[in-house]
Structures are given as structure tokens and as C-alpha cells.
Design a protein around this ligand. Structure first.
Ligand SMILES: C[S@@+](CC[C@H](N)C(=O)[O-])C[C@H]1O[C@@H](n2cnc3c(N)ncnc32)[C@H](O)[C@@H]1O
Length: 351
């Protein structure tokens, strides 16, 4: 039985998402819809097994997927990019709406319609207009159309020569965000975009940061993570030879040590949270963090970014994870978050 999936990863990391699928399911035929980012994969495995496997053991690089329930082959845009005659309401939209209207599960439910498209696409207008076009014909479902907390997500990807559609419970798509792209509003006065990484880790890993008391932030400057932890009510010790932003320095709950983290000393079990975002050699980061683990209380949490400075990230990640495991850190999740660039985030608990 062939299952088709539309899979997304951070730009440039889709080959590793493909590798993850191959390691789990054997032969995988795949074709890029957006180079380096989105691909359609065909696996010889029932869809329920694929979903169960991927949800119970979430992959690192595969950020989002949906099982294709229906696909329409369509003639793509002409070379000139000129719109086709039927572009406003092509036949496949009517057929897609027909399928949705017949689906009893969708009646009176909360529905999110998530649409995406490739640059050259069977749908020449925007993805938002595609969503409106689909939703516009679904009145008789008596559904509530929502963006978050849906009962069902209808995913549509309009590629150059085909349109793919899948209906799924949000938890079955790995991420309930459209394509796994977790969007946050930039706040006024936000110190760094790095803050989004910790905000996303909070949501995606389900970490309740406000439950901690004493945090150590290694590689803290300019202070995005530190400001986030202060906002969650923690006392924060920030270590960085570089300068913290003045707005963070004003906090009475901050201890700032303007030093290399290799030259600091703490008390045993002083912290219940250790975060580290040093953008540095992964092996040296792992060494530095493991040497500081005496100051993290057993049961304490560590959130660490690991830079992927190599053409063999899978092997590197394994090596770094083994170093942490040997140092009594149990890996809860390893994931390339949407806001991670050339890195992944590890969420670990000390035992
Ligand atoms: C990507 S930035 C951190 C951004 C920060 N998480 C934020 O939210 O604003 C990396 C920081 O790590 C610091 N760093 C690199 N090596 C370090 C070391 N050995 N000890 C302490 N800080 C280090 C750098 O000075 C730099 O400020």
C-alpha cells in the first residue's frame, strides 16, 4: 500500500528529512515541490502506521507533513506565467470542495484550512486567496473556520503540475502550524530574534518555563533568551564575554557574569534550568556544558542549541547526544525548530 506525504523541512534541510524517512520506512520515492524545503514522498506502508510512527517518535528535521488523501494533476502555468482561463475557479477546487462537503467528520466542526503553493504553481494567485476560494464554497458544512485549535486541518499544497489535499487531526501533522512554520509577532524593543527559538521550544516541547526558579544562560548576549526567562519570572545568571543589552541589565533578578563560560564557577545544584545558545563548535559546546553540569540540580532541565557545521549532521547529532547522555542528561526531544537556522535544539533532563 502506497502512502503519499507532503513533507516540509527548514530550507536546505529537506535531504535530511528524506534520510529520516528512509531510515524508518526503507525505500522512499520523493520529488521536490520547493527545492530543499518541500517534497512529496511515496512510502510502501499504510498511512496509519506512518502517522503513528512519526507522531510517537518525532523526527528531527521533518518539520511538518500531511498524508495526501486526494491529488489532482493539473496543467501548470505557462512559461510566461500568464494566468490560465480557469485560474479564478479551476475545476479541481470544485472537486475538492465536493469531497469536503461529503465528509461527515467536518460537519459543525472547527476547521483550519492551510494552503501553500510553490513559486510556479497550478494556482497563480496567493496561498491566502486559495484558502478563501476553498472556504467560500463550504457554507453547508456549518463549520467554524479557525486558525488555531482546530478539530480538523485541511491541508492543500498547489505545486506546478499537481494539487495535493489531506484532512487530518492537528496532532497527526507533526506540527499544527501551516507547513510547521511557527510565526510569532516581533515585540517592540525585542532584543534578538533568538528569543523566538525559546518561545518555540516552550510551545513545541511543552516546557513550562515559569515552573523553574534559577536559570543559567550560557552565551547569553545580547539577551533575547535572558529577557524571555526574566519575563517568565526566573532569576537568571547570564554568562557571556559580550555585552548584554541595557534593557536586560536593568532587571534586579539578573546576575551578569561577563566572562567566557569556561572560566566560571558555581555552587553544586545551584540551578534548575540551564540554557545554552552559543553558536559555537558543537563538540566544544557539549564539553563545556557537561563540565558545568554539577551546577544543574538532578531533575533540572537543559535546553541547548547545537550548530550543524558539517555535511554529516546526522552523525554529529548522534555524537553530541551520546556525550550528553553519558553525562546523565536524558534526551527528551531533539528537533530542528522553525526558528533554528543551521542548528537543532536539544531538550534534556538531568537524572
Ligand atoms: C547566538 S548568540 C546568543 C544569542 C542569545 N541566546 C540571545 O537570545 O540573544 C551567541 C553568544 O554566545 C557567546 N559565546 C560564545 N562562546 C562563548 C563562551 N565560551 N562562553 C560564553 N559565551 C560564549 C557569544 O559571545 C555570543 O554572544
Amino acid at each position: 500500500m502506497t502512502t503519499r506525504l507532503i513533507c516540509s523541512a527548514n530550507h536546505g534541510f529537506a535531504p535530511y528529512a528524506q534520510e529520516e524517512l528512509r531510515r524508518r520506512f526503507g525505500a522512499v520515492k520523493s520529488r521536490f515541490l520547493v527545492p530543499g524545503e518541500v517534497f512529496v514522498a511515496a512510502l510502501e506502508e499504510p498511512a496509519e502506521n506512518v502517522v503513528e510512527q512519526l507522531v510517537s517518535q518525532p523526527p528531527i528535521f521533518l518539520r511538518h507533513m500531511f498524508v495526501v488523501d486526494q491529488a489532482w494533476e493539473v496543467a501548470g502555468q505557462g512559461e510566461s506565467g500568464a494566468e490560465r482561463e480557469d485560474a479564478v475557479h479551476p475545476a479541481w477546487i470544485s472537486e475538492l470542495q465536493g469531497l469536503l462537503k461529503k465528509d461527515d467528520r467536518l460537519q459543525q466542526s472547527r476547521i483550519a484550512i492551510q494552503t501553500r503553493k510553490s513559486e510556479q504553481s497550478a494556482w497563480s494567485s496567493s496561498a491566502a486567496e486559495l484558502k478563501d476560494a476553498i472556504q467560500g464554497g463550504l457554507d453547508e458544512l456549518n463549520a467554524e473556520f479557525v486558525v488555531r485549535d482546530a478539530d480538523w486541518i485541511i491541508s492543500v499544497f498547489a505545486a506546478v503540475d499537481a494539487v495535493y489535499m489531506g484532512i487530518a487531526k492537528p496532532e497527526h501533522n507533526i506540527s499544527d502550524w501551516n507547513g510547521g512554520a511557527v510565526r510569532f509577532q516581533k515585540e517592540e524593543g525585542q532584543i534578538s530574534r533568538a528569543k523566538f527559538k525559546l518561545l518555540e521550544a516552550e510551545k513545541v516541547f511543552g516546557i513550562d518555563f515559569s515552573s523553574f526558579h534559577q536559570a543559567l544562560d550560557i552565551g547569553a548576549a545580547p539577551g533575547g533568551w535572558t529577557s524571555f526567562l526574566l519575563e517568565r519570572g526566573l532569576d537568571v545568571t547570564a554568562v557571556d564575554p559580550a555585552k548584554l543589552h541595557p534593557s536586560v541589565l536593568a532587571s534586579p533578578r539578573l546576575t551578569y557574569i561577563q566572562k567566557n563560560a569556561g572560566r566560571v564557577q558555581f555552587k553544586d545544584n545551584q540551578f534548575d534550568l540551564l540554557v545554552c545558545d552559543m553558536s559555537w563548535s558543537p563538540k566544544l559546546t557539549a564539553k563545556l556544558v557537561t563540565e558545568l553540569l554539577y551546577c544543574l540540580v538532578p531533575g533540572g532541565t537543559a535546553v541547548i542549541t547545537v550548530k550543524l557545521l558539517t555535511k554529516k549532521p546526522m552523525a554529529l547529532i548522534q555524537e553530541v547526544m551520546t556525550t550528553f547522555q553519558d553525562a546523565r542528561l536524558q534526551i527528551q526531544r531533539a528537533k530542528q525548530l522553525f526558528h533554528n537556522r543551521d542548528e537543532i535544539t536539544l531538550y534534556m533532563v538531568k537524572y
